[in-house]
Ligand binder design. Structure first.
Ligand code: XMP
Length: 520
């Protein structure tokens, strides 16, 4: 039974070979939206591993290189002899051309942005399209001549070969990006590739994922004991729920209060998981030990290190008090495990991100990572299927070091208290305005500066709160939210009136880059 279910959702798979495009992850998400499982691997995956993966189809991603450059990345040519459908996108199309005997060259007219695509012939990829169609281009190179057996199936003003195919060889190439929303027929084109050309049926859905994963976890864990660091964020919450469903009280969750949580966060998490879902939840109030270590520390990276290390120490301590633990569960997601040439965004280097639940290696625990195949939107769907409420599954991201990197400079109880109140007002008003789920992240920051104000007849000399609200797709880039003025006004008024010690509120209108989302 277990084997059968596992077989089902992974029966049809698409392999995405990554040449370093910023859109590779998007291709994977689009494929999964069509309910087909896929994985991203580096472009140089060995032919042996490609075959072992047994893909129903292969997609070659875009990439920043030129196929004719001396250090150009190339796929193992054997992939073209496997009789598996191949779709090349942008660089991927040029790679097909280059490898099979066509020519690629620099395009006189570089094409960035929208273009109008016309079809040159009927093709299974074009089923259901209504030409001319709007497509999104981003390239400096193009296919100048096609390999033998290929014919152009689409053109734009600047590209006579905007799409080509060779159905005998089961190869298709698109100069445009079907995965970006600006390509109007993008979804349909990918669907045609997956369903008509690769013969997929759409077996990947979160309901079956849950069933399969529960069976897998039971098989992996047996009668063993599992611990999990619950932060209250989406990933650890969904991982906890899934494991709880699979192994019940063989799971113990540990929730550490690190002293830099938001208002009523510790109580909310205990209420929700302990009482509401009846999980074995150990609450560890380590706030004093964290705050002691953080006293006088102003450097953001030092704050992160202290919190990361102390978390591991406290977590380990607590874990030792539970007898016979064999496994450590983590809410690791697919983007964290993609072994790839892209996605190494600059923030990884600019700030060291210590995620709650980092593995203390010497504990010698085996890992259980039930979400490692999933993208964030899929994790949310799993959470909803498991009955978690919207407050949890639609939660905005919250950094592991918590308010420590939002109290700029020195962290004291008094400053945390001010920030907590201001932050709670900000979030409450955003929720009341119905904007919470529209915003990637919204939070308050306490600036260690005093400014002069007047309240009643009194001169005040108090602190400044900055409000930050950004929209983002993955946290790598972000734009500030154009919040209604009335709402901003109401929030500022409430904070100044209700939070003692604050007499000024400012709104952060920096984008990322060059700013980052957090202030520290
Ligand atoms: P930045 O500030 O780098 O943030 O633009 C990007 C995203 O990462 C979150 N962030 C962190 N998350 N530990 C975390 O777990 C950290 O040290 C950390 N620093 C930033 C930030 O909230 C945003 O979602």
């Amino acid at each position: 039974m277990q084997q059968q279910q596992q077989h089902d959702i992974h029966e049809e798979k698409i392999l995405i070979l990554d040449f370093g495009s910023q859109y590779t992850q998007l291709i994977a998400r689009r494929v999964r939206e069509h309910k087909v499982y896929c994985e991203i691997h580096p472009y140089n995956l060995s032919l042996e591993r490609i075959q072992a993966f047994r893909p129903q189809g292969v997609i070659l991603s875009g990439g920043p290189s030129s196929t004719y450059g001396s250090s150009a990345p190339h796929v193992d040519k054997g992939v073209f002899e496997l009789n598996i459908p191949i779709l090349g996108i942008c660089y991927g199309m040029q790679e097909i051309a280059e490898q099979l005997g066509g020519t690629v060259g620099h395009s006189e007219q570089r094409e960035f942005g929208m273009a109008s695509l016309n079809s040159l012939t009927d093709d299974p990829l074009w089923a259901g399209l209504d030409f001319p169609e709007q497509v999104w281009m981003s390239h400096g190179d193009k296919v100048l001549s096609m390999p033998e057996g290929f014919s152009a199936i689409g053109e734009t003003e600047n590209a006579a070969i905007a799409a080509f195919s060779n159905p005998q060889r089961k190869a298709w190439g698109l100069q445009f990006h079907p995965e970006v929303v600006h390509t109007t027929p993008g979804r349909q084109v990918l669907k045609n590739f997956l369903y008509s050309i690769c013969d997929c049926h759409g077996l990947w859905n979160m309901h079956s994922f849950i069933e399969t994963t529960i069976a897998e976890v039971r098989a992996q864990v047996g009668s063993g004991k599992v611990i999990l660091g619950l932060s209250g964020g989406v990933d650890s919450s969904v991982a906890a729920m899934l494991l709880h469903k699979a192994i019940g009280d063989q799971l113990t969750c540990i929730f550490v209060n690190n002293g830099v949580l938001r208002q009523s966060e510790a109580e909310d998490v205990q209420e929700m998981y302990g009482r509401h879902f009846n999980m074995d939840l150990r609450y560890v109030d380590a706030s004093q030990s964290f705050l002691k270590l953080l006293a006088g520390v102003t450097d953001p990276e030092k704050k992160r290190k202290i919190i990361g290390n102390e978390f591991i120490r406290v977590f380990e301590d607590e874990a030792h008090s539970i007898e016979g633990v064999d496994f450590l569960a983590q809410g690791t997601l697919y983007p964290d495990v993609i072994e790839s040439v892209s996605f190494k965004g600059p923030s990884a280097v600019i700030k060291s991100h210590h995620n709650v639940g980092g593995l203390p290696e010497h504990m010698k625990l085996k890992l259980v990572e039930p979400l490692r195949e999933l993208f964030k939107d899929e994790v949310r769907e799993v959470g909803r299927e498991l009955g978690l409420p919207s407050e949890v599954v639609d939660r905005q991201p919250f950094p592991g070091p918590g308010l420590a990197i939002r109290v700029i400079g020195e962290i004291t109880e008094a400053r945390l208290h001010i920030l907590r109140q201001a932050d709670a007002i900000f979030i409450e008003e955003i929720r009341n305005a119905g904007l919470y789920n529209e915003i990637w992240q919204a939070f308050a920051v306490l600036i260690p500066v005093k400014t002069v104000g007047v309240m009643g007849d009194e001169r005040t000399y108090e602190k400044v709160i900055a409000l930050r609200a950004v929209n983002s797709v993955d946290g790598m880039t972000a734009d500030w939210v154009r919040m209604p003025y009335d709402l901003l006004g109401r929030i500022a008024n409430r904070i100044i009136n209700e939070v003692r010690g604050v007499n000024r509120v400012v709104y952060d209108i920096s984008s990322k880059p060059p700013g980052t989302i957090e202030w520290e």
